[in-house]
Design a protein around this ligand. Sequence first.
Ligand code: ATR
Length: 277
Amino acid sequence: MDRYAVIGHPIAHSKSPQIHAAFARQTAQDLCYDAILAPLDGFAATVADFRKAGGRGMNVTVPFKLEAFALADRLTPRAQAAGAVNTLAFGGDGILGDNTDGAGLVRDLTINLGCTLTGRRVLLLGAGGAARGALLPLLAEKPAVLAIANRTAGKAAALATAFLSGAGETQLSACGFDALAGRHFDLVINATAASLADEAPPLPPGLYAGGAFAYDMMYGRGDTPFMAAARADGAVRVADGLGMLVEQAAESFTLWRGLRPDSATVLAELRRQLDAG
Ligand code: ATR
């Protein structure tokens, strides 16, 4: 049986084993997928042990995505752009590092939620790892505008500069939250960690254009603070990041196994469980 695992610290809360077990059942793949708690100073050693024991691949979560980036022998272009790795594949030629988070976001938006990005005005909130990971896949959808806004404006500016050469026709820009006053967007994506503190990013009112969509990378039962604030400010549709979680897993599974699972049924089951508490 082929072995996979998610590695992190903490890890007990991870939904990845349940998601990948469901994918494996669906596609009749003979594999097992565990959750491994690595000591904070023992990421590389834990990966090496898993690999020695016959492991084929790993998902990597907080706080090890940068260490995984450094550990990989080869990187996919999207992992290179993200500066972080959430998927490792072990082969005879070394360790491949990939990042499926941004692709998971875009698949959730475009396929599960039917939200078109091409030609639209998109606002990305945050300039940390989550925002960085989303930028290349978002730009690939060719939005008309992609504005990055962050509490610390300088970090947003650095991110925009780093991705400017890949922006193509998209008008890529950066600012602090206050400078958004008077602007309007069709889609606002929250990639800040504000929800962890049970807060919404402090945005000026009136950002949502008619029919606009608000998406939070975080998820939970009911609305996150960002989703509630977006509804109050006129967003017509809101969604949390549970679909992104399932889609990044589906993308990893596809990389490892060469076939794409049916993510919609797995997402529906996870949503049912989350709503039931
Ligand atoms: P992650 O990997 O989840 O992106 P990170 O790299 O630590 O985590 O980045 C956290 C992001 O959330 C940053 O953009 C941070 O803003 P700053 O760069 O100004 O620190 C943002 N953030 C965290 N708490 C926030 C809050 N309460 N309101 C708004 N933005 C917040």
